[in-house]
Design a protein around this ligand. Structure first.
Ligand SMILES: Nc1ncnc2c1ncn2[C@@H]1O[C@H](COP(=O)(O)OP(=O)(O)OP(=O)(O)O)[C@@H](O)[C@H]1O
Length: 249
């Protein structure tokens, strides 16, 4: 189901979370909205609550308070309606080692419910978008780490999800592979995909995120258009400086 252009792709209000048995909230009153085609950066130091937030937004765990709507659908009441609309792409490579890149893509596409005729269309398109044609028929374990990361994302977007969660997709990658992957992510958004992007690398977020939310200890410390947050009060030279001053880390 494509996103309705008149509504936000993601609308979160007053999100709070305390894990069972926990002494305190790990998320407090998180409110945000993401529009179609945005790359929205979710930034914070270790333990800030990014993974908890993504796990709630992707319906893996329930919040203690608040609401989440994805393409207008209440994600807490109707997680099974929301799941076909989203894709959660984990940091770890989640591919089958005994299959080639193309076979992995076919397998995941089928899991997402694509028919053969749709797969025959989407597969070459996605291989081209991620510049993966020359690697498509190699065993995935024979591909470099950077290429595996690209296949990892390619497998998760074959069903045209309205909202894509990318959890630190460039960890451990060299500069060349990282830039290649960032270019592909930007192209995805130019084609109309909406992305929530978590990273520890501020220069990455500054390069590709139209808006960011900086959080720590489960609390939103700053949120807004990336360039406005940096230059707004003339204090910061870049996102890294803003992040360090805001979080103190
Ligand atoms: N299953 C859990 N049970 C109890 N507490 C948890 C659980 N998962 C996370 N936490 C706690 O919630 C807080 C936020 O953790 P979370 O993993 O969401 O942060 P993060 O920003 O993703 O950190 P990192 O960048 O290190 O992955 C931390 O204090 C963590 O210890």
């Amino acid at each position: 189901m494509p996103a309705d252009d008149s509504q936000s792709v993601l609308e979160v209000r007053g999100l709070g979370k305390r894990y069972p048995g926990g002494q305190k909230d790990v998320l407090t009153d998180l409110t945000l909205r993401v529009e179609k085609g945005e790359i929205f950066g979710l930034l914070g130091p270790n333990g800030a609550g990014k993974t908890t937030t993504i796990s709630i937004l992707s319906t893996l765990i329930k919040p203690s308070r608040g609401s989440v709507r994805i393409c207008g659908v209440d994600a807490l009441k109707h997680p099974f309606k929301v799941r076909p609309l989203i894709s959660l792409i984990p940091q770890e490579i989640a591919l089958f080692p005994k299959l080639t890149g193309r076979e992995n893509m076919r397998y995941f596409g089928t899991l997402f419910g694509l028919q053969k005729i749709e797969l025959d269309l989407k597969l070459p398109e996605t291989l081209a978008l991620f510049d993966l044609n020359e690697f498509a028929d190699q065993l995935i374990t024979k591909c470099s780490g950077g290429i595996q990361r690209r296949f990892n994302i390619a497998c998760g977007i074959l069903h045209d999800p309205a909202l894509i969660f990318l959890d630190e997709p460039t960890v451990g990658m060299d500069v060349h592979s990282r830039n290649a992957l960032l270019d592909r992510v930007q192209q995805l958004s130019l084609k109309g995909s909406t992305l929530i992007y978590t990273t520890h690398y501020m220069e990455e977020a500054e390069k590709i995120c139209s808006r960011v939310l900086i959080m720590d200890k489960g609390i939103c410390l700053a949120q807004g258009a990336t360039d406005e947050l940096i230059s707004g009060n003339g204090k910061y030279r870049n996102l890294n400086e803003l992040f360090l001053k805001t979080t103190g880390k």
